[in-house]
Design a binder for this molecule. Structure first.
Ligand code: SAH
Length: 294
Protein backbone atom coordinates (compact mmCIF):
# COMPACT_ATOMS: atom_id res chain seq x y z
CA UNK A 1 0.00 0.00 0.00
CA UNK A 2 1.20 3.49 -0.81
CA UNK A 3 2.44 5.28 2.26
CA UNK A 4 0.40 8.43 2.78
CA UNK A 5 2.72 10.31 5.05
CA UNK A 6 6.23 9.83 6.30
CA UNK A 7 5.06 9.21 9.83
CA UNK A 8 2.21 7.19 11.14
CA UNK A 9 0.82 7.07 14.65
CA UNK A 10 2.38 3.76 15.62
CA UNK A 11 5.78 4.16 13.99
CA UNK A 12 8.83 4.54 16.20
CA UNK A 13 11.24 7.46 16.29
CA UNK A 14 13.77 8.39 15.07
CA UNK A 15 13.25 8.91 11.35
CA UNK A 16 16.15 9.55 9.08
CA UNK A 17 16.75 12.82 7.36
CA UNK A 18 17.13 11.08 4.05
CA UNK A 19 13.73 9.44 4.40
CA UNK A 20 12.09 12.77 5.17
CA UNK A 21 13.84 14.53 2.31
CA UNK A 22 12.85 11.80 -0.12
CA UNK A 23 9.22 12.00 0.97
CA UNK A 24 9.20 15.78 0.69
CA UNK A 25 10.75 15.82 -2.77
CA UNK A 26 8.43 13.12 -4.07
CA UNK A 27 5.38 15.01 -2.83
CA UNK A 28 6.50 18.31 -4.32
CA UNK A 29 7.08 16.53 -7.60
CA UNK A 30 3.80 14.62 -7.50
CA UNK A 31 1.83 17.85 -7.10
CA UNK A 32 4.15 19.89 -9.26
CA UNK A 33 4.92 22.43 -6.55
CA UNK A 34 7.84 24.82 -6.69
CA UNK A 35 8.51 26.46 -3.36
CA UNK A 36 7.80 30.20 -3.28
CA UNK A 37 10.29 32.56 -1.71
CA UNK A 38 7.67 35.27 -1.52
CA UNK A 39 5.72 33.16 0.99
CA UNK A 40 8.86 32.22 2.96
CA UNK A 41 8.49 28.61 1.93
CA UNK A 42 11.53 27.06 3.56
CA UNK A 43 11.07 23.54 4.86
CA UNK A 44 12.78 22.20 7.95
CA UNK A 45 14.00 18.76 7.00
CA UNK A 46 15.80 17.70 10.13
CA UNK A 47 13.90 14.95 11.97
CA UNK A 48 15.84 15.59 15.19
CA UNK A 49 14.77 19.23 15.35
CA UNK A 50 11.21 18.40 14.26
CA UNK A 51 11.07 15.79 17.01
CA UNK A 52 12.51 18.30 19.46
CA UNK A 53 9.77 20.83 18.63
CA UNK A 54 7.04 18.21 18.78
CA UNK A 55 8.23 16.82 22.12
CA UNK A 56 8.63 20.31 23.54
CA UNK A 57 5.07 21.18 22.52
CA UNK A 58 3.89 18.02 24.26
CA UNK A 59 5.73 19.10 27.40
CA UNK A 60 4.22 22.58 27.25
CA UNK A 61 0.62 21.41 27.01
CA UNK A 62 0.86 18.36 29.24
CA UNK A 63 -1.77 18.37 31.95
CA UNK A 64 -4.24 20.29 29.82
CA UNK A 65 -7.50 18.60 29.01
CA UNK A 66 -8.15 18.20 25.26
CA UNK A 67 -5.51 20.75 24.33
CA UNK A 68 -5.65 22.70 21.09
CA UNK A 69 -2.44 23.44 19.23
CA UNK A 70 -2.24 25.78 16.27
CA UNK A 71 0.51 25.33 13.71
CA UNK A 72 1.27 28.42 11.63
CA UNK A 73 2.45 27.77 8.09
CA UNK A 74 2.12 24.00 7.74
CA UNK A 75 3.63 23.85 4.23
CA UNK A 76 4.05 20.23 3.21
CA UNK A 77 3.06 19.06 6.65
CA UNK A 78 6.47 17.95 7.82
CA UNK A 79 6.24 19.51 11.28
CA UNK A 80 2.50 18.79 11.29
CA UNK A 81 3.19 15.06 11.21
CA UNK A 82 5.66 15.20 14.04
CA UNK A 83 3.21 17.27 16.08
CA UNK A 84 0.41 14.80 15.35
CA UNK A 85 2.65 11.90 16.25
CA UNK A 86 3.83 13.28 19.59
CA UNK A 87 0.57 14.87 20.74
CA UNK A 88 -1.99 12.12 20.45
CA UNK A 89 -4.38 13.73 22.92
CA UNK A 90 -4.19 17.17 21.36
CA UNK A 91 -6.04 18.61 18.42
CA UNK A 92 -3.53 20.06 15.95
CA UNK A 93 -4.99 22.76 13.73
CA UNK A 94 -2.55 23.39 10.90
CA UNK A 95 -2.94 26.69 9.07
CA UNK A 96 -1.43 27.18 5.62
CA UNK A 97 -2.06 30.01 3.19
CA UNK A 98 -0.96 28.28 -0.01
CA UNK A 99 -3.71 26.01 -1.31
CA UNK A 100 -1.24 24.08 -3.49
CA UNK A 101 -0.32 22.14 -0.33
CA UNK A 102 -3.92 21.08 0.33
CA UNK A 103 -3.70 17.55 -1.14
CA UNK A 104 -0.47 16.78 0.74
CA UNK A 105 -1.90 18.13 3.98
CA UNK A 106 -5.06 16.10 3.41
CA UNK A 107 -2.91 12.97 3.12
CA UNK A 108 -1.22 13.84 6.40
CA UNK A 109 -4.60 14.45 8.02
CA UNK A 110 -5.84 11.06 6.84
CA UNK A 111 -2.98 9.29 8.56
CA UNK A 112 -3.67 10.86 11.92
CA UNK A 113 -6.98 11.45 13.63
CA UNK A 114 -5.89 14.51 15.57
CA UNK A 115 -5.07 16.93 12.74
CA UNK A 116 -7.29 19.54 11.12
CA UNK A 117 -6.27 21.70 8.19
CA UNK A 118 -7.27 25.29 7.55
CA UNK A 119 -6.26 26.96 4.31
CA UNK A 120 -6.12 30.64 5.13
CA UNK A 121 -4.12 33.55 6.45
CA UNK A 122 -2.75 32.84 9.92
CA UNK A 123 -2.53 36.54 10.66
CA UNK A 124 -6.25 37.15 10.45
CA UNK A 125 -7.20 33.74 11.86
CA UNK A 126 -5.07 34.16 14.99
CA UNK A 127 -6.94 37.21 16.17
CA UNK A 128 -10.32 35.53 15.92
CA UNK A 129 -9.51 32.14 17.47
CA UNK A 130 -10.43 31.30 21.07
CA UNK A 131 -9.47 28.51 23.44
CA UNK A 132 -6.02 27.87 22.01
CA UNK A 133 -3.43 26.36 24.34
CA UNK A 134 -0.31 26.63 22.20
CA UNK A 135 0.75 28.25 18.95
CA UNK A 136 3.70 26.68 17.21
CA UNK A 137 5.36 26.54 13.81
CA UNK A 138 8.30 27.43 11.66
CA UNK A 139 6.69 30.71 10.91
CA UNK A 140 6.83 32.52 7.56
CA UNK A 141 9.75 34.90 8.00
CA UNK A 142 8.37 37.71 5.86
CA UNK A 143 5.56 38.27 8.38
CA UNK A 144 7.39 37.49 11.64
CA UNK A 145 6.86 40.97 13.13
CA UNK A 146 3.17 40.98 12.23
CA UNK A 147 2.71 37.52 13.68
CA UNK A 148 4.48 38.47 16.90
CA UNK A 149 2.25 41.50 17.19
CA UNK A 150 -0.88 39.43 16.55
CA UNK A 151 0.27 36.92 19.21
CA UNK A 152 0.98 39.72 21.66
CA UNK A 153 -2.47 41.21 21.13
CA UNK A 154 -4.27 37.87 21.39
CA UNK A 155 -5.03 35.92 24.55
CA UNK A 156 -2.84 33.01 23.50
CA UNK A 157 -1.00 31.77 26.60
CA UNK A 158 1.95 29.94 25.01
CA UNK A 159 3.96 29.93 21.81
CA UNK A 160 6.82 27.75 20.61
CA UNK A 161 8.20 29.35 17.49
CA UNK A 162 11.01 28.95 15.02
CA UNK A 163 11.96 32.37 13.71
CA UNK A 164 14.96 34.37 12.56
CA UNK A 165 17.78 34.32 15.10
CA UNK A 166 18.22 38.08 14.88
CA UNK A 167 14.55 38.61 15.74
CA UNK A 168 14.92 36.27 18.73
CA UNK A 169 17.90 38.38 19.81
CA UNK A 170 15.88 41.56 19.44
CA UNK A 171 13.07 40.11 21.55
CA UNK A 172 15.37 39.27 24.49
CA UNK A 173 17.62 42.36 24.27
CA UNK A 174 18.35 44.28 27.43
CA UNK A 175 18.18 48.07 27.97
CA UNK A 176 21.10 50.01 26.54
CA UNK A 177 22.03 47.38 23.95
CA UNK A 178 21.95 47.86 20.20
CA UNK A 179 18.89 45.72 19.50
CA UNK A 180 16.78 46.94 22.39
CA UNK A 181 13.58 48.62 21.26
CA UNK A 182 9.81 48.52 21.01
CA UNK A 183 9.69 44.82 20.08
CA UNK A 184 11.84 43.81 23.09
CA UNK A 185 9.74 45.96 25.41
CA UNK A 186 6.33 44.79 24.21
CA UNK A 187 7.30 41.12 24.21
CA UNK A 188 9.06 41.26 27.59
CA UNK A 189 6.14 43.15 29.06
CA UNK A 190 3.74 40.37 28.07
CA UNK A 191 5.82 37.19 28.05
CA UNK A 192 8.62 35.32 29.76
CA UNK A 193 10.84 34.64 26.79
CA UNK A 194 13.18 31.66 26.52
CA UNK A 195 15.52 30.93 23.61
CA UNK A 196 15.85 27.15 23.42
CA UNK A 197 18.33 26.67 20.61
CA UNK A 198 19.76 28.04 17.41
CA UNK A 199 19.24 26.19 14.12
CA UNK A 200 21.72 26.56 11.26
CA UNK A 201 20.23 27.47 7.89
CA UNK A 202 21.62 24.25 6.39
CA UNK A 203 18.79 22.28 8.01
CA UNK A 204 16.19 24.00 5.82
CA UNK A 205 15.38 23.51 2.16
CA UNK A 206 16.02 25.85 0.45
CA UNK A 207 18.51 27.32 2.95
CA UNK A 208 17.49 30.76 4.18
CA UNK A 209 20.13 33.47 4.42
CA UNK A 210 19.92 33.72 8.16
CA UNK A 211 20.17 31.36 11.12
CA UNK A 212 17.02 30.54 13.00
CA UNK A 213 16.14 30.07 16.65
CA UNK A 214 13.48 28.23 18.59
CA UNK A 215 11.86 30.28 21.31
CA UNK A 216 9.14 29.89 23.92
CA UNK A 217 6.82 32.75 24.84
CA UNK A 218 5.00 32.19 28.14
CA UNK A 219 2.36 34.80 28.76
CA UNK A 220 2.63 36.60 32.09
CA UNK A 221 0.34 39.56 31.35
CA UNK A 222 -2.77 40.03 29.23
CA UNK A 223 -2.80 42.55 26.42
CA UNK A 224 -5.14 45.29 27.60
CA UNK A 225 -5.83 48.97 27.29
CA UNK A 226 -3.01 49.73 29.65
CA UNK A 227 -0.43 47.75 27.69
CA UNK A 228 -1.67 49.43 24.55
CA UNK A 229 -0.90 52.84 26.03
CA UNK A 230 2.55 51.68 27.15
CA UNK A 231 3.10 50.27 23.65
CA UNK A 232 2.13 53.54 21.97
CA UNK A 233 4.28 55.54 24.35
CA UNK A 234 7.26 53.21 23.77
CA UNK A 235 6.85 53.55 20.02
CA UNK A 236 7.01 57.32 20.28
CA UNK A 237 9.78 57.47 22.90
CA UNK A 238 12.03 55.14 20.90
CA UNK A 239 11.82 57.40 17.90
CA UNK A 240 13.94 59.68 20.10
CA UNK A 241 16.18 56.86 21.26
CA UNK A 242 19.25 58.94 22.04
CA UNK A 243 17.41 61.77 23.78
CA UNK A 244 16.96 62.18 27.51
CA UNK A 245 13.66 60.86 28.77
CA UNK A 246 12.22 64.18 29.93
CA UNK A 247 12.68 65.63 26.44
CA UNK A 248 11.35 62.63 24.56
CA UNK A 249 8.40 62.36 26.94
CA UNK A 250 7.51 65.99 26.29
CA UNK A 251 7.53 65.31 22.54
CA UNK A 252 5.29 62.28 22.98
CA UNK A 253 2.48 63.64 25.12
CA UNK A 254 -0.15 66.27 24.35
CA UNK A 255 1.47 69.66 24.37
CA UNK A 256 -0.99 71.01 26.90
CA UNK A 257 0.13 68.40 29.45
CA UNK A 258 3.76 69.41 29.25
CA UNK A 259 3.68 72.00 32.04
CA UNK A 260 2.09 69.50 34.40
CA UNK A 261 4.92 66.97 34.27
CA UNK A 262 7.20 66.96 37.31
CA UNK A 263 10.55 65.90 35.95
CA UNK A 264 12.23 65.00 39.22
CA UNK A 265 14.29 61.91 39.88
CA UNK A 266 16.80 59.84 37.90
CA UNK A 267 14.26 58.40 35.50
CA UNK A 268 13.97 61.66 33.58
CA UNK A 269 17.72 61.99 33.11
CA UNK A 270 18.13 58.57 31.54
CA UNK A 271 18.55 58.09 27.81
CA UNK A 272 15.45 56.59 26.19
CA UNK A 273 17.55 53.63 24.99
CA UNK A 274 18.25 52.73 28.62
CA UNK A 275 14.63 52.63 29.82
CA UNK A 276 13.76 49.34 31.52
CA UNK A 277 10.34 47.70 31.31
CA UNK A 278 9.63 49.00 34.84
CA UNK A 279 10.56 52.53 33.72
CA UNK A 280 8.19 52.30 30.76
CA UNK A 281 5.40 51.10 33.04
CA UNK A 282 6.12 54.02 35.36
CA UNK A 283 6.03 56.50 32.47
CA UNK A 284 2.80 55.01 31.16
CA UNK A 285 1.35 55.41 34.67
CA UNK A 286 2.39 59.04 34.77
CA UNK A 287 0.92 59.59 31.32
CA UNK A 288 -2.41 57.98 32.25
CA UNK A 289 -2.58 60.02 35.46
CA UNK A 290 -1.86 63.24 33.61
CA UNK A 291 -4.57 62.48 31.09
CA UNK A 292 -7.05 61.64 33.82
CA UNK A 293 -6.43 64.81 35.76
CA UNK A 294 -6.61 67.11 32.79
N1 SAH B 1 5.85 23.89 8.31
C1 SAH B 1 6.90 23.78 7.34
C2 SAH B 1 7.01 24.98 6.44
C3 SAH B 1 7.42 26.27 7.06
S1 SAH B 1 7.68 27.53 5.83
C4 SAH B 1 8.19 23.47 8.06
O1 SAH B 1 8.18 23.44 9.27
O2 SAH B 1 9.19 23.25 7.44
C5 SAH B 1 6.41 28.70 6.18
C6 SAH B 1 5.06 28.34 5.62
O3 SAH B 1 4.15 29.38 5.94
C7 SAH B 1 5.00 28.19 4.10
O4 SAH B 1 4.41 26.97 3.77
C8 SAH B 1 4.11 29.36 3.63
O5 SAH B 1 3.32 29.05 2.49
C9 SAH B 1 3.25 29.58 4.85
N2 SAH B 1 2.68 30.93 4.96
C10 SAH B 1 3.17 32.11 4.47
N3 SAH B 1 2.37 33.13 4.82
C11 SAH B 1 1.36 32.62 5.57
C12 SAH B 1 0.21 33.17 6.21
N4 SAH B 1 -0.06 34.47 6.18
N5 SAH B 1 -0.63 32.33 6.86
C13 SAH B 1 -0.38 31.00 6.89
N6 SAH B 1 0.68 30.43 6.31
C14 SAH B 1 1.55 31.21 5.66
Amino acid sequence: MKELAILSPGKDLPYTRRELLKWMKSKLKEYNIRLRKKLSQIMLVDPKILTFIAKKSYELISGKESPIVIEIGAGIGNLTQFLGHENIDALIIAIEIDHRFTPILQEVKKTFNNIEIIIGDALSLLTSMRGIDLVTGNIPYHITSHLLLALAQSSIPLALLTLQKDVAERIISKPGTKNYGKLSILMQMLFDVEVLRVIPSSLFIPSPQVSSAIIILRRKNPYNQYVRIAEELTKCLFSYKRKLVYKAFAYCIDRKLNDKVKVEGDLWRKRVSHLTIEDIVKLADIYVELKKRN
